[in-house]
Design a protein around this ligand. Structure first.
Ligand code: HAM
Length: 419
């Protein structure tokens, strides 16, 4: 016997019945994007490696350590997408969407790939639902995007998360702040690896979880206290709008996002039930990204919500979005009634009734076991004698009641029962 093959390490799979919840989570979040006028974009799963190097930033862990990069047969360097924003920008520029009505509002969902050390909630193939709104720096757009994610999570039934908010400033105010932070960090007692991190991106040091480092960072200068007038006004406006939307948030002035393109508003949804991988989703503004990728000087904002982590959060909170059951009717043909039963299955499905049937010669006992396992609230048994009388036996699995129903009216009868 040959050995079995297993899924690659760090790649989660969602099988029935869990997969129904997974789909419901994705579709619920997507419904909120559709409600707000976002159109769907289906992106390539791999892109030119240069897109991520330029778009996400060479100094980030995502680009420097976690990319699945390969050479194709023509010697081109390609990379499995580690995130969605850079790909959306590339597509918007390439297809001139930025020359039409602004803002361009798009949503996407699907797998992304990061060569991380797998653990619960951290995978090498991760799934995200994301939106990007490009071409306006109106704070109302920030509030729309953030509120959309919050409403989506609430719609799933989640309550155990918080929204963290900050502003990372812009190309006007960030350089001076950065210099101030570098000066502050130079005066600290840090190990060489941390100093090296500070040289690449001093902001990352603020996120160091070690208590001995945190203790030294108590008086670190914070971007929020060094915003230029226009960033400060923008941020105040975003806050006021969120309050108007009743979207609860807390300020986290030490938030550090893992991607380099962020400017101004940044946010994260954090779920403490998820342990070390508490980031349920996150996003922010990226006002220089489009121009960095060769497009117009347009600003944008978006988010990526981890679907794997949303599912874990639902499981932790004991909420199950989606239909309570996936079948309405299970049909059991006996003896010579198979063909008529197959016709009935077709008729029920055509009427929008979710229907399955028993396959193979099972006998009444085995077939009823299968019916029970299917979870369908109604079972229709069709035997030779029923067929002669033009009826079928409709059994309610909840009450156990059974009645003979005329085959000519059975579809309507079942639809009425299901209402
Ligand atoms: P990100 O923070 O890198 O942002 O990822 C967004 C979310 O994806 C995270 O909050 C987390 O829920 C999920 N995620 C990330 N890595 C993993 C992993 N290894 N396993 C499981 N889940 C993971 C972005 O990707 C940005 N493109 C979001 C964005 C869109 N910003 C602006 N527009």
């Amino acid at each position: 016997m040959s050995t079995t093959i297993q899924a690659p390490k760090g790649v989660p799979e969602y099988l029935p019945p869990e997969s129904a919840t997974w789909l419901a989570i994705r579709d619920t979040l997507a419904r909120h994007a559709t409600l707000a006028g976002y159109g769907y974009i289906e992106l390539p799963v791999f892109e030119d490696t240069a897109l991520y190097v330029r778009g996400v930033g060479e100094s980030t862990d995502v680009v420097s350590k976690e990319m699945y990069t390969f050479e194709d047969r023509g010697g081109r360097s390609l990379t499995l997408r580690p995130e969605g924003t850079a790909g959306v920008m590339r597509s918007v520029i390439e297809h001139h969407l930025d020359r039409g009505q602004l803002p361009v509002k798009l949503w996407y969902a699907g797998p992304f790939f990061r060569a991380e050390r797998p653990q619960l909630g951290r995978y090498r193939q991760l799934q995200q639902f994301g939106v990007e709104a490009i071409g306006s720096d109106d704070p109302a757009l920030d509030a729309e995007v953030i509120t959309m994610a919050d409403r989506g999570y609430r719609d799933l039934g989640l309550t155990g998360y918080r929204l963290e908010l900050t502003s990372l400033g812009c190309s006007e105010c960030r350089p001076a702040y950065r210099e101030k932070l570098v000066g502050f960090l130079e005066g600290l007692d840090l190990d060489e690896a941390t100093r090296e991190r500070a040289r690449i991106n001093p902001l990352r040091v603020l996120d160091d979880k070690r208590p001995e480092v945190q203790a030294q960072l108590v008086d670190a200068p914070l971007m929020l206290d060094h915003l230029c007038a226009s960033c400060a006004t923008h941020f105040a406006s975003v806050r006021a709008l969120l309050e108007g939307h009743d979207t609860a948030y807390v300020i986290n002035a030490r938030m550090v996002r893992g991607l380099d393109y962020y400017t101004r508003t940044c946010f994260e949804f954090v779920h403490d039930g998820l342990g070390a991988q508490s980031g349920l989703g996150g996003g922010g503004r990226y006002d220089g990204l489009m121009a960095d990728l060769g497009g117009q000087e347009l600003s944008g904002i978006g988010f990526g919500l981890g679907l794997d982590r949303a599912l874990l959060a639902c499981q932790i909170e004991g909420v199950t979005p989606g239909p309570a059951r996936t079948l309405d009717v299970f049909v059991v043909p006996l003896g010579g009634a198979r063909e008529r039963a197959a016709l009935l299955v077709d008729q029920l499905r055509a009427a929008g009734v979710r229907t399955d049937q028993v396959f193979g010669e099972r006998g009444l006992k085995g077939a009823m076991k299968a019916a029970d396992k299917s979870g369908a609230p109604y079972v229709v048994v069709l035997g030779d004698r029923d067929l002669e009388q033009g009826v079928a036996q409709v059994k309610s699995m909840d009450s156990g009641d059974q009645q003979a129903v005329d085959l000519s009216t059975i579809v309507n009868h079942i639809k009425e029962q299901l209402q």
